[in-house]
Design a protein around this ligand. Structure first.
Ligand code: ATP
Length: 362
């Protein structure tokens, strides 16, 4: 059993607060992902657990034992970095076996474990090669091998796929997922790539400006974002936000009240009964694009179309102010810059956010 707990953890560098009020729990065997934009504090959060950064305040426990002041070597944690951090003058075998050598394990035991790990990562044929002439993907597998050979209590990874090309990234992603499941090791993984996070994690910890914004499953953060930041950060293309005013069952955009004027289903409108003005959040996929005038639709001018194979992303403008929206439509819809289209929205799926605090209200 290895659980991880952060209790009110803070790290400040002089006046810069890297992370603050970080409270989180990772269950035994869970795959937790720290996700957020550059500089939000993901790496700092991970390094505090590894013992590479000393928190200014707060407590970190492993299985209930306070490790906040424990030396990194005594935490039984393994970390994989973006730049692999392998020893260039050693072979693959020596790199993978290094942690066991330092731990004083016998040659026989080392060789047995190296073979086991190499099998797991499907790299037995690379064992006697030099590090220098391996590809990026091969080097990353060696780095993983070196991290797991000690059977650490917790596995930490900081953007381990960032230096790989797109195709390799996807195949390494599945390999890491399988490995984590097979070894059943509590894992914390840092990335700024939401697609990677959604596909890997049991639990997503979404951060912005040093603070946790939401902790939830990939499904929860996508469908029930806690606030406007999470809603805008998760999902591609990003969610559209429009400040609106509600009048009975109708909602009108502040900047285009004559054009962006939609009647909601009365059951849906009822969810907003306590709110007269708010920020409407609509994912680009929740609009339907029509090329002919349609009931209860928003008239829009096509600005840009981006073909994506079966689908296309269309940027449109609504009204004179204007309100810019991004919509996703089947590629069969015939739309070009300068065309007029009509948008209906799936009102059951849209969200409402408090315009001042950003908190989700619907
Ligand atoms: P990235 O995705 O770009 O790696 P991150 O989310 O991992 O970013 P951190 O590296 O944790 O973010 O940094 C959080 C904040 O703390 C940033 O403002 C950063 O500039 C600051 N910071 C991090 N390390 C130090 C340091 N050693 N000295 C001063 N400031 C630091």
């Amino acid at each position: 059993m290895v659980t991880v707990n952060y209790d009110s953890v803070k790290k400040a560098y002089g006046d810069t607060i890297a992370i603050e009020d970080v409270n989180l729990h990772v269950d035994d065997g869970e795959f937790a992902i720290l996700l957020g934009p550059s500089g939000c504090g993901k790496t700092t959060t991970l390094r505090c657990l590894a013992g590479l950064t000393q928190p200014t305040d707060g407590t970190i426990t492993l299985d209930g034992h306070d490790v906040t002041d424990v030396h990194p070597k005594n935490r039984n944690i393994a970390m994989v970095f973006q730049n692999f951090a392998l020893y260039p003058h050693m072979t693959v075998r020596e790199n993978i076996g290094y942690p066991l050598k330092v731990a004083g394990k016998s040659k026989d035991e080392r060789e047995e474990r190296i073979d086991e790990v190499a099998e797991m990562l499907e790299i037995p044929e690379l064992l006697d090669r030099d590090i220098a002439n391996l590809s990026g993907g091969q080097q990353q597998r060696v780095a993983l091998g070196r991290a797991i050979i000690r059977r650490p209590a917790v596995f930490l990874m900081d953007e381990p796929l960032a230096n790989l090309d797109a195709k390799l990234k996807i195949s390494m992603r599945s390999r890491i997922k399988v490995l984590q499941r097979e070894m059943d090791i509590t894992t914390m993984y840092v990335t700024h790539d939401q697609e990677e996070a959604m596909s890997l994690g049991d639990k997503l910890i979404i951060m912005d400006k040093g603070h946790i914004q939401q902790i939830g499953s990939p499904d929860e953060v996508y469908h029930q974002p806690a606030n406007q930041f999470v809603a805008g950060f998760i999902g591609s293309p990003s969610m559209n936000f429009v400040t609106v005013r509600r009048d009975g069952d109708r909602i009108r955009a502040d900047d285009a009240p004559d054009t962006f004027d939609v009647e909601l289903d009365s059951e849906v409108a009822d969810r907003y009964r306590d709110h007269e003005t708010f920020t409407l959040g609509v994912r680009p996929q929740y609009f339907e694009v029509h090329t002919e005038r349609t009931d209860n639709a928003i008239e829009a001018a096509v600005e840009v179309t981006e073909p994506q194979g079966d689908e296309q992303i269309i940027e449109v403008e609504v009204g004179d102010q204007p309100v810019s929206l991004t919509v996703v439509a089947p590629s069969a819809i015939d739309a070009e810059r300068g065309d007029t289209v009509w948008l209906t929205l799936d009102d059951d799926l849209v969200h409402g956010f408090d315009t001042d605090s950003g908190r989700r209200i619907v």
